[in-house]
Ligand binder design. Sequence first.
Ligand SMILES: *[C@@H]1O[C@H](CO)[C@@H](O)[C@H](O)[C@H]1NC(C)=O
Ligand SMILES: *[C@@H]1O[C@H](CO)[C@@H](O)[C@H](O)[C@H]1NC(C)=O
Ligand SMILES: *[C@@H]1O[C@H](CO)[C@@H](O)[C@H](O)[C@H]1NC(C)=O
Ligand SMILES: *[C@@H]1O[C@H](CO)[C@@H](O)[C@H](O)[C@H]1NC(C)=O
Ligand SMILES: *[C@@H]1O[C@H](CO)[C@@H](O)[C@H](O)[C@H]1NC(C)=O
Ligand SMILES: *[C@@H]1O[C@H](CO)[C@@H](O)[C@H](O)[C@H]1NC(C)=O
Length: 327
Amino acid sequence: MLRLVSISSLLLVTQVLASPHTRASSQPLPLLIWHGLGDNYAADGLHSVGDLANETNPGTYVYYIRCHDDPGTDSRATFLGNLTEQIAQVCIDIQEHEVLSQAPGFNALGFSQGGQFLRGLIERCGDRINVRNLVTFGSQHNGIAKYQICKDGDWLCKGYVGLLKSNTWGHWVQGNLVPAQYFKSTNDTTGAPTEEYLENSNFLADINNERALKNVTYAKNLAQLDNFVMYLFEDDTTVIPKESGWFAYTNGTDGTVTPLKDRDIYKEDWIGLKKLDQKGGLHFETTEGGHMQLDDEVLIDVFSKYFSTKNGSWKGIDEREQQIIEL
Ligand SMILES: *[C@@H]1O[C@H](CO)[C@@H](O)[C@H](O)[C@H]1NC(C)=O
Ligand SMILES: *[C@@H]1O[C@H](CO)[C@@H](O)[C@H](O)[C@H]1NC(C)=O
Ligand SMILES: *[C@@H]1O[C@H](CO)[C@@H](O)[C@H](O)[C@H]1NC(C)=O
Ligand SMILES: *[C@@H]1O[C@H](CO)[C@@H](O)[C@H](O)[C@H]1NC(C)=O
Ligand SMILES: *[C@@H]1O[C@H](CO)[C@@H](O)[C@H](O)[C@H]1NC(C)=O
Ligand SMILES: *[C@@H]1O[C@H](CO)[C@@H](O)[C@H](O)[C@H]1NC(C)=O
C-alpha cells in the first residue's frame, strides 16, 4: 500500500515536471543572500529583505545561504568554522539545489562578512556558478584591524574575542574562528601586510591574491561579473576600519585612507577589479547610518538597478514545481 502511494506520487511528479509550460523567459535571476556574523539564514529580518527583493522584481527566487539547516547551528557557523570548507560547501549546495541548479545565473547580496564570503565564492567557484551582479553592504574586503564584535556585558563573546586576540595567527584559530580569517595586520610604516598575515591568513590573504603566487582564476572569475557594488555605511563604527567596505587601506597610525585605485591590488589587477572597472562594472556607494542600518529605499534602488530582469532572466519555476520541491 505504502509502495503504491509512493509510486503514484512519483508519477505525478514526473508528469508535472514533464508537462510543457508556456512560460516566457521573464523571471529575474535567483538572488543569493549571505547574512552576517551572528545572524542566521531563517531570521525574519533577513527574509524581509528577500521579500522586498521579490516585491521589487516580482518572481525573484531568493536563496538564503546557510552552512547548516538548523538556524542555531547556522548562526554558530558564522563564528566557528573554516572558511575554505564553508565556501566549498556552499558552492556544492548551490549546484545541487533543485531550483538553483536550473538557473542560468544569479545575483548576489552580501551583508557584512557575508559580502567578502560571496566574493570568495565567486572567485573560487565562479566556473561552476555564474553570478552576474554582486552587491555588498558594510563588508570587510580589506579585512579588519580590530575585533569589535561583542555587545557590552556579553562575557561569552568577550572570551571568544580573547581567544582571537591572543592567538590570531595560530593554526587552530585560523582554522576555526571565522573573524580571524579576515583579520589583517599591516605595517603602517611601509603600508605592507605583515609577514605573519601573509603566512597564516586562511582566507583574506588568499582571496585578495596578496601572496607572491597569484591565482589567475580568481581574477578571471571576478572580472566576469557585470557589476560589483560596494556599499559603505557612513557612520559605521563596528567595522574597523570602515573603509574596508570600499577595499581601501587605512593607515592605523594617522588614519589616512588610500583608496582602492591607488593600491597595488587594483593597479596590478591581482583579482580582476581593474578589468571590471574598465568595463564600467565597479561601483562605490555610501549609505547613511551605522553598521547594517539598512534603508528600504536604498535596497529598492539596488534591487531595481541591478537585480531586475534587465540584468538577466530565466524561465523560473512555476507554482506547481515549487509545491513539489517543498514536499
Ligand atoms: C514572491 O511574490 C509573489 C507575489 O508577487 C508570491 O506569490 C511568491 O510566493 C513570492 N516568492 C517568494 C519566494 O517569496
Ligand atoms: C586557483 O583557484 C582555483 C579555483 O578555486 C583552483 O581550482 C585552483 O587549484 C587554484 N590554483 C592554484 C594554483 O592554487
Ligand atoms: C581549512 O580547511 C582546508 C580544507 O579542508 C584545509 O586544507 C586547511 O588546512 C584548513 N585550514 C586551517 C588553518 O586549519
Ligand atoms: C615596519 O617596517 C619597518 C621598515 O621595514 C621596520 O623597520 C619595522 O620594524 C616594521 N614594524 C613592524 C611593527 O613590523
Ligand atoms: C602612516 O602614518 C604615519 C604617521 O603619519 C606615517 O609616518 C607613515 O608613513 C604612514 N604610512 C604609510 C604607508 O603611508
Ligand atoms: C545591469 O544593470 C546595470 C545598472 O542598471 C546596467 O548598467 C547594466 O547594463 C545591466 N546589465 C545587464 C547585463 O543588463
